[in-house]
Design a protein around this ligand. Structure first.
Ligand SMILES: NC(=O)c1ccc[n+]([C@@H]2O[C@H](COP(=O)([O-])OP(=O)(O)OC[C@H]3O[C@@H](n4cnc5c(N)ncnc54)[C@H](OP(=O)(O)O)[C@@H]3O)[C@@H](O)[C@H]2O)c1
Length: 337
């Protein structure tokens, strides 16, 4: 359905109390503050999704003080369509709020055919940011990420491309994603030499996936950058959603996503036990999973996905109960392995 088909949708006026309850956290040693909870547009914003639902989610997010929206060139499906839909909604609802928003996009995965539409060459990154800006109708993004390390391209080439994108005014800050600690340190040193503000590393981090704790978080602290934790709810497994079966329309039930029934079944017992701990804390499992990540000072923001405004409203309540007892942490540790 086209966005103009529902003419009855009211013009958007952001809620006047939008900054009253959200917490803002510093991104490493930079000047940037991010909302403790940010919204990712990987799912639910593509050409296959309802743009009206997408619009409700974005409006709800901003009304809750979520100022950071995370995109990538290939989010959809189809590739590019999340940026296109975001662009449509930005134009309708958010253009006058541009200076209150922190918008990210990325390049690094398969995007267009041929040898120049993937990985980390200068050719790919510079073409991709131009395409992303056009799709979103923006003059610049706040942060541009290299989405994953490229084992074939010299890291200097990739970092110089990121630096040039900043110098051209197409991005204000630089981020990297899915880089291991050693690659991260190398990238950070190169960007520092070029005096380019490297502020964020986007890494998968949840109760079920703790690889960043080995040494990535320390490396980031050393280099003055923050970690933004993606898939903090393990794509929905760390919520009440699957406690009593697989609902229709859930990520597991859809066949074009990355969460399988097998992955869910392997974790179900642990999910049930974690849910009991959350219950005893007087919290939903989703809220506990988010609060648990925000204990880490190096985590600048927790980057959630949501398929409805109700999920967003539930998730931001994580901020109401941030503290954990030693006993709770130990129990969660056991269940996270
Ligand atoms: N850099 C990278 O390589 C990378 C990779 C992956 C993701 N990311 C970023 O991280 C963002 C978040 O990733 P993610 O979507 O996997 O995060 P997530 O927060 O772990 O999972 C989000 C999904 O969980 C379900 N959910 C959320 N809140 C819920 C609630 N209260 N109750 C029940 N179900 C709930 C929804 O799924 P249903 O659709 O089933 O309702 C929602 O779409 C992405 O949008 C993207 O921006 C980056």
């Amino acid at each position: 359905m086209h966005i103009n088909d529902k003419t009855a949708i009211k013009e958007y006026q952001a809620s006047s109390d939008r900054y009253d309850t959200m917490k803002y956290r510093r991104c490493g040693k930079s000047g940037v503050l991010l909302p403790a909870i940010s919204l990712g547009l990987w799912h639910n914003f593509g050409a296959v999704d309802s743009i009206h639902n997408a619009r409700e989610i974005l409006r709800c997010a901003f009304d809750l003080g979520i100022t950071h929206f995370d995109l990538a060139n290939n989010y959809g499906p189809s590739y590019g369509s999340a940026e296109e839909n975001f662009g449509l909604l930005y134009k309708k609802d958010f253009r006058s709020y541009r200076d209150e928003l922190f918008i990210a996009t990325k390049a690094g995965y398969d995007m267009w055919p041929g040898p120049y539409g993937n990985w980390g060459s200068r050719k790919y990154l510079i073409a991709s940011i131009d395409q992303s800006l056009q799709r979103m109708g923006l003059d610049y993004v706040d942060v541009f990420y290299h989405h994953r390390p490229d084992p074939e391209t010299p890291i200097e080439e990739t970092m110089i491309a990121l630096s040039d994108i900043v110098r051209q005014g197409k991005a204000l800050y630089v981020g990297i994603s899915n880089y291991k600690p050693k690659e991260t340190a190398e990238a950070a040193s190169l960007l520092k030499e070029m005096k380019i503000p490297f502020i964020l590393h986007q890494a998968r981090y949840s109760i079920f996936d703790r690889w960043v704790e080995d040494s990535l978080l320390d490396t980031l602290e050393e280099h003055g950058a923050g970690c933004i934790a993606f898939s903090p709810l393990a794509q929905g497994m760390l919520t009440d959603k699957y406690l009593h079966g697989i609902p229709q329309n859930s990520r597991v039930a859809k066949d074009f996503t990355y969460l399988t029934k097998e992955q869910l079944e392997a974790k179900l017992e642990k999910i049930q036990k974690l849910s009991t701990i959350a219950d005893q804390r007087g919290q939903k499992l989703s809220q506990m999973a988010i609060a648990w990540l925000l204990r880490q000072p190096q985590v600048s923001s927790v980057l959630i996905g949501a398929s409805s405004p109700a999920q967003l409203r539930e998730n931001v309540k994580a901020l109401e109960k941030p503290l954990f007892s030693e006993e709770e942490l130990e129990l969660i540790d056991v269940l996270s392995k």
